[in-house]
Design a protein. Sequence first.
Length: 258
Amino acid sequence: MLPVDSHAHLYDAMYAGQTENVISSALGRVGFIICPSEDRKTSEQSVQIASGESRIFAAVGIHPLHTEHVSGEDWKQILSLAHHSPKVVALGETGLDFFSKNCDRELQKYWFSRHIQAAGELHLPLIIHDRKAHGEILSLLQKQAHGVVSGVIHGYSGSLETAKALINTGFYISFGGSITYPGSRRIRQVASTLPLDRILIETDSPYQAPFEKHGELNVPENVWYVAQALAKLKQMPVSEVIETTGHNAAQLFGISRS
């Protein structure tokens, strides 16, 4: 059984001239890949990439840091892709990013709510970006998504208590390269404690390379390092981590693993 990379930006400019090789190499070592988007252009690129490979799937949406530049026509096209393309399995990545004090938080919350509403109407899960906005994310999901929409908080960096509350709201928690770093004690503790049947793994390629590849361009096949780190933290066979997290991803995104 091969691990699943639930979050890899395959269209990213950092892969310029290498995209085909990155994908070809990854598909030799990864079961399937979810390619999330950031805006209209990358949504179109994600769908195009996914349409050419049976084991790559797309998510379409607006990243919170792109909300200040989105138009009504952009959103209309993103929803059209979600409605008409069979390779679109989620909306995202959406969410909130409050790292910068200059961001328009109300605009981000507006577009996040639009994604939640659309996910319910389209019966699609959400891929959620959460940076320095753990309480706001949880509050909005509890108010608008509980019992209606599921999804995953990608690259999780919050507390154990918030993770448990998100799981109770029907969401999965995804871990990436951060859990491979010995110094990331808090998030490694969270990963070791949460139930495996609510966890996904990812690379966030081309960013967030694992400890073993620090300083290098991250690629989807590096999800093996994440699986190995999680197995060590949970003191279980890596095969069990790969099987269960892969099953979780397939179930969440409605993908057959046969």
